[in-house]
Each structure stands twice: as structure tokens, then as C-alpha cells.
Design a protein around this ligand. Structure first.
Ligand code: SF4
Length: 170
């Protein structure tokens, strides 16, 4: 059996995992520290939704390279992530799986709950049977980050709301 991904190398951020599934070009720009104004507006909207729904109850938790929206204690630790819409559901799920994988490497068993407050929906995510998928994702994020130039952009409907639109298409 191949070894688990060495946890002392788990330096990538949850957002980087998320962006791989949105757009590798976006991941590359973000990983290189390039930020654009529109991005912060979207982040602010996410924060606003979170604080309106959960603000007085829970706070963001930073553990090493990951930042979790909030944590609750049930039978096991519950990692909670609040999202605006389900349009990037795969990205949200893989980000949550990465958090679970990260915590497991540090000896913490957890499950994740994705919250979509505007839809009044939640989705539970567990790591069982998904570890190889997470490890493959980590390797792909690292491959993209190691590139000297951004991956060739591919125009999709996501581009309209992307902070890096001008870098790719203007
Ligand atoms: S504008 Fe489109 S291609 Fe460029 S980074 Fe954003 S999503 Fe990717």
C-alpha cells in the first residue's frame, strides 16, 4: 500500500484545493499571491452571510494551513463550512475533504458539514474511502503551483464572476 501523504508537507490552503476545481489558472494566480479587488468583495459577501447566520455563535478556526469556518463537537468533531451557492459544490466538497484529511494526519477524526444558508440546505461529508482522491488532489495542486507560468485559461461561465477576468481575457 502506498504511504499516506506526509503530513508535515501539508502546507497548502483549503482555498487552493477549492480553486483547483473551479479553475487551475485561478489557483495559480491565487497561489502566487496575486489578488484583485473583486475577489475581496466576494469574500466579504461570504463573511456577511456567515456572520448574519452564525456570527454570534461560532468563530473561524485556524489550524496550521487550514482555516475552518467553525467547529462543533458532536460524537466526533464537526467541521462546518458556509457557502453561498451550490454552483461550485465539487470544489466545496473537496475543500472539506482536505480539511478532514488534514485533521486525520494530526490525529483528529472529524466529519464535515457544508451549509448553504440561502438554500436552507446542508450536506454531510466524510473521508471514508476518499483519501486517495484527496492525495491525488493535493499532488495536482502542487503541480499547478510549481508551474512557472499560469495554465492556459479556458473560458467558462465562471469567468464572468472571477476576480482574474482582466488578467485572462482583457
Ligand atoms: S477568468 Fe476564467 S480562466 Fe481566468 S482565472 Fe478566472 S475562471 Fe479561470
Amino acid at each position: 500500500m502506498p504511504p499516506e501523504y506526509p503530513h508535515d508537507e501539508l502546507l497548502i490552503r483549503g482555498t487552493e484545493i477549492n480553486y483547483l476545481f473551479i479553475c487551475p489558472t485561478k489557483l495559480w494566480y491565487f497561489a502566487k499571491g496575486i489578488t484583485m479587488e473583486q475577489e475581496s468583495e466576494w469574500v466579504d459577501l461570504g463573511k456577511f452571510l456567515h456572520e448574519r447566520r452564525y456570527g454570534s455563535e461560532e468563530k473561524e478556526v485556524q489550524i496550521g494551513s487550514i482555516k475552518i469556518d467553525f467547529i462543533r463537537r458532536g460524537n466526533i468533531i464537526e467541521v462546518h463550512e458556509v457557502k453561498k451557492s451550490k454552483s461550485m459544490e465539487k470544489a466545496h466538497e473537496m475543500q472539506a475533504l482536505y480539511y478532514l484529511y488534514y485533521l486525520k494526519q494530526h490525529g483528529i477524526k472529524a466529519k464535515a458539514v457544508l451549509h448553504y444558508p440561502q438554500l436552507r440546505e446542508t450536506k454531510e461529508v466524510t473521508l471514508e474511502g476518499r483519501e486517495k482522491e484527496v492525495e491525488g488532489t493535493i499532488r495536482e495542486v502542487e503541480r499547478i503551483k510549481s508551474l512557472s507560468r499560469p495554465p492556459e485559461p479556458a473560458k467558462t461561465k465562471k469567468c464572468k464572476k472571477c476576480a482574474y477576468y482582466e488578467l485572462c481575457w482583457v
